[in-house]
Design a protein around this ligand. Structure first.
Ligand code: G6P
Ligand code: MG
Length: 221
């Protein structure tokens, strides 16, 4: 029986994956590195400093900056990103998400945010969705996705057995993390991107998310 639904945030609850990409792209361009949407798939779900490392490797600049300079670059990206979040309102919640959260609440199924983002509380506040979640995992000090830790912690926060949890993700690293945690993985996006990472089912949009459908697909009725 289903015991909890664990949600990634960026790219699942709302379109902030787009803002991460815009902010990284601008920062990268300033240091002469070009990033495209295909490379961006490998950044999704990845923690801030790790993302920067990947960008520097991509641009063959991994030896160029000191730790302090890297922190500065990551900080610039975050400032840019947070500025883009300023206009976020409840209308920016992806279609189907409010309805799913409502259904989960009516059925007493706990929900937890399992995101690598330090901006998660800010975003949930802006979307006015905080009260729907039983917890937000603090990603600090634990291994990031694709390691299973964030999802395992999310399950633990509500006392759920990982085998009876559904995780919802838009990133390759996130799908891998859900599977490594022994959970049922729902991908939001393209089958040819998320299928190879191990997604159990892929929906093109959050519109497709409905409790009954998930229960049947995951065999957790
Ligand atoms: C999520 C996003 C990543 C982002 C990471 C850290 O996993 O998918 O694109 O880099 O969070 O976010 P933050 O807001 O802490 O920089
Ligand atoms: Mg995501």
């Amino acid at each position: 029986k289903l015991q909890a639904v664990l949600f990634d945030l960026d790219g699942v609850i709302t379109d902030t994956a787009k803002y991460h990409f815009i902010a990284w792209k601008q920062m990268a361009e300033r240091i002469g590195i070009e990033i495209d949407s295909e490379f961006n798939e490998s950044l999704k779900g990845i923690e801030r400093m790790q993302s920067l490392e990947r960008i520097l490797i991509h641009g063959h600049q991994e030896q160029k900056y000191s730790q302090a300079e890297k922190e500065r670059l990551a900080q610039e990206k975050n400032e840019e990103y947070v500025a883009l979040l300023a206009n976020l309102t409840p209308e920016d919640t992806y279609p189907g998400i409010n309805e799913l959260l409502q259904e989960l609440r009516e059925n007493n199924i706990p929900t937890v945010i399992a995101s690598a983002s330090k901006n998660a509380p800010l975003i949930l506040e802006a979307l006015q969705l905080k009260s729907y979640f039983h917890g937000i995992v603090d990603p600090g000090g634990i291994p990031g996705k694709p390691e299973p830790d964030i999802f395992l912690k999310a399950a633990e926060q509500v006392g759920a057995d990982p085998m009876c949890c559904i995780g919802i993700e838009d990133s390759q690293a996130g799908i891998e993390a859900i599977k490594a945690a022994g959970m049922y993985a729902v991908g939001i996006g393209e089958e040819n991107i998320l299928g190879p990472s191990g997604a159990d089912i892929v929906y093109p949009s959050t519109r497709e998310l409905a409790l009954q459908r998930l229960l049947v697909a995951a065999h957790l009725e």
